[in-house]
Design a protein around this ligand. Structure first.
Ligand SMILES: C[S@@+](CC[C@H](N)C(=O)[O-])C[C@H]1O[C@@H](n2cnc3c(N)ncnc32)[C@H](O)[C@@H]1O
Length: 240
């Protein structure tokens, strides 16, 4: 299995900085007085470390060794328990809050996605809360990811020339190819991701099948109710 290039991991936070999405996930933790939090697909750990509080346990899981290495080395990293793997590696401890942020849900293809939801349900106490977002297929976000135009950004590894292509190979499944030319090293790094765009109804059914009850589907980070055609879907559910 190929992993993220460490030079690109370092750029990830720059492209996905802290913002209203992280505020939402943090607020939910406080609202539910969460004492044990699971961040599945934690990536660089940018949100994970900010969830820590005295007396609270925070666990970050990710299948990418490069991501986890970066996460555990970041400031505050020693306050989190980092686990390499996916939903099958969730420790048997009981959590009262679990998140999947940065569209992790879309990075998990079927049937792994259903196994992931079942694993999350098993990891939560009764009434434990699950929150995550996924892009609405109706928003056709991938159409905006075809950047034939190349941009050059300055990094600690010198200039990197970047461009990307995205195509929907079958309805709801998108392959995103990102090109990264490290010009000083004369190296090209190709990153290919398969993203699942699931319909709201499908995710709701999958949540219920996994043993969750739905608390809301939002179209933004202020918890405005979802409306047909909204680009974003934020799911909030609890373990039934
Ligand atoms: C777009 S990143 C989001 C990272 C982080 N949650 C954030 O908000 O910045 C997607 C992450 O999902 C992870 N991932 C991929 N497949 C996964 C799986 N089956 N289970 C859990 N995480 C997975 C990737 O390794 C990657 O770190």
């Amino acid at each position: 299995v190929s992993d993220y290039d460490p030079r690109l991991v370092a750029l990830y936070d720059e492209d996905n900085p802290d913002g209203p999405d992280h505020d939402y996930y943090r607020a939910l933790a406080d609202e539910h007085d969460a004492a044990a939090i699971l961040d599945l697909g934690c990536g660089t750990g940018i949100l994970t470390v900010t969830l820590t509080r005295p007396g609270r346990t925070v666990v970050g899981i990710d299948p990418s060794p490069r991501m986890l290495e970066y996460a555990s080395d970041r400031p505050g990293g020693s306050e989190v328990q980092w686990i390499l793997g996916d939903s099958r590696e969730i420790p048997s401890r009981r959590f009262d809050y679990a998140v999947m942020t940065g569209n992790v849900a879309q990075h998990i293809g079927d049937p792994d996605w259903e196994r992931t939801l079942a694993g999350l349900r098993a990891a939560l106490v009764q009434n434990g809360v699950l929150a995550f977002e996924s892009r609405n297929p109706a928003g056709r976000a991938w159409e905006g990811w075809n950047h034939a135009e190349q941009t050059v950004r300055q990094t600690t590894h010198g200039p990197v020339r970047q461009w990307s292509e995205a195509r929907e190979v079958i309805p709801g499944r998108v392959i995103l190819t990102s090109h990264n030319d490290f010009e000083a090293a004369g190296e090209s790094v190709l990153e290919e991701l398969t993203l699942s765009f699931r319909e709201r109804e499908q995710i709701e059914q999958q949540l219920i099948a996994a043993g969750f009850e739905l608390d809301g589907v939002w179209r933004n980070w202020d918890r405005a109710p979802f409306v047909t055609g909204a680009a974003l879907m934020v799911f909030e559910a609890h373990a039934a």
